[in-house]
Design a binder for this molecule. Structure first.
Ligand code: SF4
Length: 115
């Protein structure tokens, strides 16, 4: 019984967000949801921080990097659908631990500069 109340509160808090309202509206109208304009890409799975609210502290094991081929595929797919996206190269990690970060930023700038 208590769990149901918690779930209801959780649902209504989520429903208040514009994102979920848009998804429900588009589903009711049988339209496809609009393509996102903001993207977060996690290039490396590690962080040298230990913030208590972050799930990154549960990541165990070796440092892993996103393969260049996957990174380039993601950028290419974003480019096909969105001409001026916001791309954030951070998602529960520390992107500066990736020695290739600046090369990847240049790749994005070069790719989108073509349009
Ligand atoms: S990813 Fe960000 S929030 Fe998470 S531990 Fe690192 S610095 Fe903190």
């Amino acid at each position: 019984m208590v769990n149901i109340k918690i779930k209801d509160k959780f649902f209504f808090r989520i429903y208040e967000t514009q994102l979920l309202q848009n998804i429900i509206k588009y589903q009711i109208q049988k339209k496809s949801t609009p393509f996102p304009t903001v993207f977060q890409i996690q290039l490396i799975n590690q962080c040298n921080g230990s913030c208590i609210m972050c799930p990154n502290i549960y990541i165990k094991g070796k440092t892993e990097f996103m393969a260049d081929s996957l990174f380039e595929k993601i950028i290419s797919e974003i480019l096909k659908k969105s001409k001026s996206p916001t791309i954030i190269l951070e998602l529960q990690n520390e992107p500066l631990l990736d020695n290739e970060l600046f090369r990847k930023i240049k790749y994005i700038n070069k790719t989108f500069a073509l349009f």
